[in-house]
Design a protein around this ligand. Structure first.
Ligand code: BES
Ligand code: MG
Ligand code: ZN
Length: 508
């Protein structure tokens, strides 16, 4: 991979903070200033804001419901651009994040430079929560995705300051989460001739060096010995031998008896559909089919930077899904690593094939919790649009909790059932099970039911079908079509006692 393309994943952005009520002279330091106040503002708030009287007049004419409500300039040497947002504090997290995304968009449309964010007029807890949210929006909103134009765009926001807080806020975890999201989007946006399996694996090796992750790379020869026939069915169609299942391990130092979590990701470099070729429209964006692996890797980056006290295995199933003389075909029968035989039906259902073996290997390590991310099915997109991702689990009690965690953090999921009543639809004449049903709908449910057959029993497992991997215009706090959905969600799962410790109480 072109060296210039390597995104600086080691960098950590410093967020400065100016505590207490800012003075007019303080505000002169910034090129851009965001001020967010309650939609039902109290009269006295205008006395706190520089040129507040003038702004109050302007605000009478603001267009309802838009964010920012108004943009103006302060009369100072920098001509600081002012973006004022009126926020309804009753909004759900998803809507607060979308509001923040729009505020940041307004900033990045200007010449930019330094940015200060001032949230005031709310209760202290809400002020802190929303400041964190709009900071997340700033950190992902300023990030530039890969560009191959001869004149490459540069990042517009040069520094971020939080002003007007009474107490210093810890921003390390928010920056780490955004770094994870940015890495996920950066990798996913790369075209498949830039991020091919070789360059992806090189990058992962380099990261494992930089972050002290243990790494095992299982190539075709290893996988043959491991009898990973489901993964190999897909990778045998590749032009070269670059496909691999990769296992990374993050182990915090000085922590004994920590829980073991497994992250698993679908890393299809490009999904042509294989022998059952996709038509043009469906194939056009299939370089994004490695998004699940990028979510797992981005999450591992965030977990490492947050120094979380848990042990994490990260499994990435990396291969292309191609046509060609060696590519697998309908009705081939292969044997997965857990000994189950699979009758292939449709070569475009490659994701569940590569994940079958990978999930099995992950579950052999007996983790306390495992979760996979995959752009697995078109039917999940048909069912949910791109606004939600699908969630499936072998622990029915988790369903409502998983949905609630999504609502609370603004990266939302919607639960679907799995289980034996669906497994009968995958009954095969010639093998233990069919890869998918030749007809009948509900493929996202059947795909998850299929995957469940490869998770060793008793291991709590969650599958995320990433229907919100892309969304035109962005999603929640993220302004780009590629959303990086999943990193924030996973981090919030890990913080929730009800999932990792099976406790009734909500958070650590
Ligand atoms: N990667 C696709 C699913 C996908 C399509 C995700 C569009 C996001 C956006 C997956 O490999 C696939 O092709 N699935 C098939 C399965 C079918 C043949 C049973 C599909 O959904 O059409
Ligand atoms: Mg496919
Ligand atoms: Zn695919």
């Amino acid at each position: 991979m072109n060296n210039q393309l390597i995104y600086n994943y080691k960098k950590t952005q410093r967020i400065t903070q100016l505590l207490g009520k800012p003075k007019i002279s303080d505000l002169e330091k910034y090129n851009q200033l965001i001020i967010v106040i309650p939609k039902k503002e109290s009269k006295s708030i205008w006395n706190l804001i520089p040129q507040g009287k003038k702004i109050k007049e302007l605000i009478k004419n603001y267009s309802k419901g838009s964010s920012p409500a108004i943009t103006s300039r302060l009369k100072n040497t920098k001509q600081t651009s002012l973006h004022i947002g009126l926020l309804n504090s009753k909004l759900e997290a998803f809507d607060r994040l979308a509001f923040s995304r729009d505020m940041i968009k307004s900033v990045t449309q200007e010449k930019a430079g330094s940015l200060a964010i001032w949230v005031l007029g709310f209760e202290t807890d809400f002020q802190k929560k929303f400041t964190e949210e709009i900071l997340s929006a700033a950190l992902v909103g300023q990030f530039i995705l890969p560009s191959f134009k001869s004149k490459s765009p540069t990042q517009k926001i040069t520094s971020i300051s939080l002003i007007g807080l009474d107490k210093k806020m810890i921003t390390k975890d928010i920056v780490a989460e955004s770094d994870g999201n940015n890495l996920t989007r950066w990798l996913t946006a790369l075209p498949s001739n830039k991020l091919d399996a070789d360059s992806y694996i090189n990058l992962i090796e380099q990261m494992s060096n930089d972050f002290n992750w243990e790494i095992d790379i299982f190539r075709s020869d290893d996988l043959k010995k491991m009898e990973a026939g489901a993964f190999l069915a897909v990778s045998q169609g590749n032009d070269n031998n670059s496909a691999a299942i990769i296992k990374l391990k993050y182990k915090p130092s000085n922590i004994e008896d920590s829980k073991l979590i497994s992250l698993i990701g679908k890393g299809i470099i490009f999904d042509t559909g294989g022998t059952n070729l996709k038509p043009f429209n469906s194939m056009l964006e299939m370089h994004i089919d490695m998004n699940g692996s990028a979510v797992a890797l981005g999450s591992l980056l965030a977990i490492t930077k947050q120094k979380l006290p848990i042990e994490v295995d990260c499994w990435l199933a990396i291969t292309e899904n191609r046509t060609g003389p060696l590519a697998y075909k309908s009705q081939d029968v292969v044997k997965a690593a857990n000994g189950k035989t699979i009758q292939t039906i449709h070569t475009d259902a490659e994701g569940r094939m590569v994940l079958a073996d990978t999930l099995y290997f992950a579950s052999l390590e007996k983790p306390d919790f495992m979760i996979d991310f995959a752009t697995l099915t078109g039917t999940c997109v048909s069912a949910l649009t791109n606004n939600y991702s699908g969630v499936f689990t072998n622990q029915p009690y988790m369903q409502t909790i998983l949905k609630e965690i999504g609502e609370d953090c603004g990266e939302r999921v919607w639960p679907f059932p799995i289980g034996s009543e669906f497994l009968v639809k995958l009954k095969s004449e010639t093998a233990d099970l069919m890869q998918c049903a030749p007809a009948g709908g509900g493929d996202h449910i059947l795909a998850a039911t299929f995957l469940n057959e490869f998770v060793e029993e008793d291991i709590p497992w969650v599958h995320i079908d990433l229907s919100s991997a892309t969304n035109a215009g962005g999603l929640a706090h993220v302004p780009t079509k590629i959303t990086g959905f999943g990193v924030r969600y996973l981090l919030n799962i890990l913080k929730d006692n009800r999932i990792l410790n099976n406790n009734k109480s909500k958070s650590l």
